[in-house]
Design a protein around this ligand. Structure first.
Ligand code: NAD
Length: 336
């Protein structure tokens, strides 16, 4: 199958090309992000391969369909950036790669927790400058602290296992209980209880209408003063303006982000020669107790290799007209 690969980076081309001999697709790589301006590049392709910040709204999907595209093969787990109703109306198939490596994301979330707690970013800079003063770098033992996990699917469950290993008391909130998480000794509670009791809150649920701004001004009133919040899921889970106010007042003591509401304009590009235009993001960067990484939680060689293999397998399955679990369910959007 001829595939138009958007948002290509050197590692995307390297891993997709390495996995492709087993499938024999014709991969054409475009550096451009998929958008209304670039959708025309897909002319004559039956498949587009897209990533987290590619634009897949109704207008772009319509344009892709007009140019012959029938499959949107996402090389990511989240589908929040795809207008699924529009895809269903157009008869497009959307496939994703859920659960390629929950360890990659879970380990990054725990990495943020450790780095924030022990201020490793600041310690690194001090030592490099010959400043061996440890004043201001004091952390706390994770052992015995309460960690609240919001969303206990594949990634949340691995986080629960790691934090249990540290000796944390683990609380969980998820409309669907995971027996593996309960078996670890974690306790399912209401979201309010989780907010009130947790020293650390880490988000592992998808971005859907019900979870947009799950962390907002209201809930920030009920968290423990000085709480640590970590988000490696999707930026839209946090109302950034509200969390900035809570950081200023000390209500939030630490913030670790791998994702940001308006990241599409920033992440994955080298913007170091440009003036930052996003004032909210710029404000976040001023806090000593905030660590931000640019959507790299998935970025281990194991995960990227599995993303490449699963994406190409999805395209192969579509070509063979096989129905698989990685086809995003669109039937609820189709007109009867
Ligand atoms: P998953 O589907 O296995 O688990 C998601 C869990 O969230 C499910 O158990 C579901 O019941 C729960 N959930 C749904 N609605 C909820 C709500 N309102 N409140 C609390 N929980 C709710 O997904 P996963 O593989 O564990 O991935 C979780 C998220 O991580 C993805 O949605 C994706 O956005 C994000 N992700 C980020 C990266 C990264 O590089 N930063 C990489 C992969 C995935």
């Amino acid at each position: 199958m001829r595939v138009a690969v958007f948002s290509t980076k050197p590692y995307v081309e390297e891993f997709l090309s390495a996995a492709n001999p087993a499938f024999g697709h014709e991969l054409v790589f475009f550096e451009a992000r998929l958008s209304r301006e670039t959708a025309a590049l897909a002319e004559g392709f039956k498949t587009v391969c897209a990533f987290v910040n590619d634009q897949l709204d109704a207008e772009v999907l319509k344009e892709l369909h007009k140019r012959g595209v029938r499959l949107v093969a996402l090389r990511c787990a989240g589908v929040n950036h795809v207008d699924l109703a529009a895809a269903a109306q157009l008869g497009l198939t959307v496939m994703n790669v859920p659960g390629y490596s929950p360890y990659a994301v879970a380990e990054h979330a725990v990495g943020l927790i450790l780095a924030l707690n022990r201020k490793l970013n600041r310690a690194y800079n001090r030592v490099r400058e010959g400043n061996f003063n440890i004043d201001g770098l004091m952390g706390f033992d994770l052992h015995g602290r309460t960690a609240g996990i919001v969303g206990t699917g594949k990634i949340g469950a691995v986080v629960a296992r790691i934090l249990t290993g540290f000796g944390c008391r683990v609380l969980a909130y998820d409309p669907n209980r995971n027996p593996d998480v309960e078996a670890l000794g974690a306790r399912y509670v209401t979201l309010q209880e989780l907010h009130r009791e947790s020293d650390i809150i880490t988000l592992h649920c998808p971005l859907i209408p019900a979870t947009r701004h799950l962390v907002n001004a209201e809930c920030l009133k009920e968290v423990k003063r000085g709480v640590m919040i970590v988000n490696t899921s999707r930026g839209g889970l946090i109302d950034t303006t509200a969390v900035i106010e809570a950081l200023k007042s000390g209500q939030v003591g630490y913030l670790g982000l791998d994702v940001y509401e308006e990241e599409a304009e920033l992440f994955f590009e080298d913007l170091s020669n440009y003036v930052l235009q996003d004032d909210v993001f710029a404000r976040l960067l001023t806090f000593p107790n905030v660590i931000i990484t640019g959507h790299q939680a998935f970025f281990t060689r194991d995960a990227v290799a599995e993303i490449a293999r699963s994406t190409l397998q999805n395209i192969h399955d579509f070509e063979q007209r096989r129905t698989t679990v990685r086809m995003v369910r669109l039937d609820r959007f189709r007109k009867p």
